[in-house]
Design a protein around this ligand. Structure first.
Ligand SMILES: C[S@@+](CC[C@H](N)C(=O)[O-])C[C@H]1O[C@@H](n2cnc3c(N)ncnc32)[C@H](O)[C@@H]1O
Length: 291
């Protein structure tokens, strides 16, 4: 467990993930009924981009930096992301700060909503605990996210999102835990909305994950999942993070159409020279059985 998100906070993958997370919560909040947001790999909650860690990689310049310096942000998802970031920086006084997923979600919670955070690393969990002390609607569990989520679903609200954002330190190892865990959760709570972040290094690797997904036992009603890919470099180098992908199970009605338009603008800001690619597509999970 050497991974520290402080080196990567605010990079292009964070922007992609957090813009989608905000949009997803906004969609689900169109109904007044309570909502719960579960985060299996929560990180430390907030990040300071002036620290040695962030400054040693400067990854945030290619992510949130590009969004903040853009002359225009047209799509409502991008405008919302940017406005929330500005509001958060102003209200916390962290002008060089960047919110982690718990802080993005906390900004959006209504009085009837709550957030449950899981983080295994002792130091990250301690930092998160300090942050959560000031956020009454957030509960924290210092434990393994894969085991922890299973015990927390279905939540009493019956409506909610599970964000799954592992570090992928050893990819094969992570996928071997992650995909069976996701399938178990979906069998236990098929109505939940799940958003899983995936790294894109080589394009074939993403296709391999799709094959792994098809091998799992999914409930009949989960026949398709949505995959949103945003690559900012050619996807041909197994050693570099070239793109960010989000796999969504049970996204809200019409989310896919809007995601394609929002992601296109995001990609054009993150990759002004046109490197990489972007796509939003449905994956048929039951394809193997239908053949
Ligand atoms: C990519 S970071 C999370 C970033 C965060 N979701 C965000 O968007 O701000 C992954 C986190 O997972 C934690 N972690 C690693 N293995 C874990 C496990 N088995 N269960 C829970 N957390 C774990 C790491 O310590 C790290 O803080």
């Amino acid at each position: 467990m050497n991974y520290r998100h402080a080196y990567h906070a605010g990079n292009f993958a964070d922007v992609h993930k957090h813009m989608f997370l905000v949009a997803l919560i906004r969609y689900l909040q169109r109904k007044p009924t309570p909502l719960v947001c579960l985060d299996s790999h929560a990180g430390r909650g907030i990040y300071d981009l002036s620290t040695r860690e962030a400054q040693s990689t400067l990854e945030f310049r290619q992510g949130v930096g590009k969004i903040c310096h853009a002359e225009q942000r047209e799509h409502p998802w991008l405008r919302d992301y940017h406005q929330l970031l500005q509001d958060w920086r102003k209200s916390t006084g962290l002008v060089e700060g960047y919110p982690g997923s718990p802080a993005w979600v906390a900004q959006l919670l209504r009085t009837q909503d709550r957030q449950i955070l899981l983080e295994k690393h002792p130091e990250e969990a301690e930092a998160l605990r300090q942050w959560a002390r000031h956020h009454a609607q957030c509960a924290l569990h210092q434990r393994d996210g894969y085991e922890g989520i299973y015990g927390l679903i279905p939540p009493r609200e019956k409506r909610g999102i599970v964000l799954v954002d592992p570090p992928y330190e050893s990819e094969e190892d992570e996928f071997s835990k992650l995909i069976p865990a996701l399938a178990r959760w979906v069998r236990r709570w098929p109505e939940g909305v799940y958003m899983l972040w995936l790294p894109i290094k080589e394009q074939q690797q993403l296709e391999r994950i799709v094959r792994f997904l098809r091998q799992e036992q999914w409930p009949e009603r989960i026949d398709k999942v949505l995959l949103a890919e945003c690559s900012v470099h050619a996807t041909d180098n197994a050693l570099a993070l070239n793109g960010s992908a989000l796999l969504l199970i049970n996204p809200p009605w019409t989310f896919a159409e809007e995601a394609a338009v929002a992601q296109q603008e995001l990609w054009s800001l993150l990759s002004p020279a046109g490197m990489g690619r972007h796509a939003v597509r449905w994956i048929d999970l039951q394809e193997r059985k239908r053949r």
